[in-house]
Design a protein around this ligand. Structure first.
Ligand code: NAD
Ligand code: UDP
Length: 348
């Protein structure tokens, strides 16, 4: 089976690519490297070579907004008699703060880029899609855990682009309910790294998110962790989130492909998280316990747009996809730290 993986050299995409290749899929990665490094591809190859696996991987440097390029990718695959069976679409921009300062760029890349991709899929009769949506579409709410029917009310432009794409997918599916097979996966907080330490998260500049910031403090790239508020309505006053091991998240994509393959047609919106909530203080404590590192921190004021608690109800994913997250918070800390230790400056 041939899979087109857009954004396949990014944090999430690289882990999905590796799992797909290990399972014998033929993988085409399309990425513009605006937020990733081409070294990722070499790392994936090195890992598979070391395991002596035969694999089918091709990486294409390009932009999802380039319609001609997308046409050529689909046409070439048909000519090779290996048409693209499924698209896993991750390419896009994901910084909440940047989406406030440059919203049109977010609408262009995320929404126009996806429109382009869906148009091309339709033209070449590729009807199977896994899309990376986000828990950010649920917006401000203290009601947890959040199931898929939770109110959709994004509070930032990034989240609004994800809602727009989900709406586009919904309309597309309903235009021909006999052919389209679509899973839109709403990720919570993917963290950690592949246990080999060969691939992991490598944010450009100063990390916005807790986990990569924490590991950079541990390795000495950042001095101290800012905790954004200890006065939230939670047991210890810090914010609660749903941290899911990146490999569990990647396995959710393979389970989604299996699910799509078992259906004639479908459209499903599915949460992918661990189903558990941990506070910032709990994360720091577990990280220190698992790694022996000491994390200096200071308490700062709340960050704009944050919520007290966000974690997923994952019963739909468990039932529909026959998937369950298996890795503990300790494993997340160990694998994340292993990656940071082996690659203090990421892929550079
Ligand atoms: P990432 O930035 O590491 O990966 C995205 C990849 O897309 C990058 O490699 C980037 O170079 C590529 N890309 C960006 N614009 C492109 C374009 N126009 N054409 C081709 N490639 C392009 O981010 P990630 O964390 O791996 O996220 C992947 C997807 O999952 C994104 O769509 C993101 O919105 C979504 N998501 C991420 C999280 C998270 O916490 N990491 C949470 C929810 C949803
Ligand atoms: N957070 C923090 N310091 C940081 C980054 C994040 O205290 O440097 C907190 C943040 O306020 C939230 C939690 O950690 O309560 C997770 O934040 P992250 O940005 O990783 O995920 P998101 O808020 O987007 O779910």
């Amino acid at each position: 089976m041939r899979v087109l993986l857009t954004g396949g050299s990014g944090f999430i995409g690289s882990h999905i690519a590796l799992l797909l290749l290990e399972r014998g899929f033929d993988v085409l990665i399309l990425d513009s490297y605006v937020n990733s490094s081409s070294n990722v591809i070499n790392r994936i190859k090195a890992y598979l070579d070391k395991k002596d696996l035969n694999y089918k991987l091709k990486s294409i440097n390009g932009d999802i907004r380039d319609k001609k390029l997308l046409d050529n990718i689909f046409i070439d695959s048909i000519k090779e008699k290996k048409p693209i069976d499924t698209v896993i679409h991750l390419a896009g921009l994901k910084s909440v703060s940047e989406s406030f300062s440059n919203p049109l760029h977010y609408w262009d890349v995320n929404v126009i880029g996806t429109l382009n991709l869906l148009l091309t899929m339709k033209e070449y009769k590729c009807y199977s899609l896994v899309f990376s949506s986000s828990a950010t579409i649920y917006g401000l709410s203290n009601s947890v855990p959040m199931a898929e029917d939770h109110k959709i009310s994004p509070i930032n432009p990034y989240g609004k682009t994800k809602v727009a794409i989900e709406n586009m997918i919904y309309d597309l599916y309903n235009s021909n309910i006999n052919v389209w097979k679509i899973c839109s996966l709403r990720y919570f907080n993917p963290v950690g790294a592949h246990p080999s330490g060969l691939i992991g998260e490598d944010p450009i500049g100063i990390p916005n998110n807790l986990f990569p910031y924490l590991t950079q403090v541990a390795i000495g790239r950042q001095k101290s962790l800012n905790i954004y508020g200890n006065d939230w309505d939670t047991d210890d006053g810090s914010g609660i989130r749903d941290y899911i091991h990146i490999i569990d998240l990647a396995e959710g994509h393979l389970a989604s492909i299996d699910y799509l393959n078992s259906k004639e047609s479908c459209l499903e919106f599915v949460n992918l998280g661990s189903g558990k909530g941990y506070s910032v203080f709990q994360i720091i404590r577990q990280f220190e316990l698992s790694t022996g590192c000491k994390i200096p921190f200071s308490i700062e004021s709340r960050r704009d747009g944050d919520v007290a608690k966000s974690y997923a109800d994952i019963s739909k994913a468990k039932k529909l996809l026959a998937w369950t997250p298996k890795r503990s918070l300790e494993q997340i800390c160990l694998d994340g730290w292993n990656w940071q230790l082996k690659n203090p400056y990421g892929f550079q």
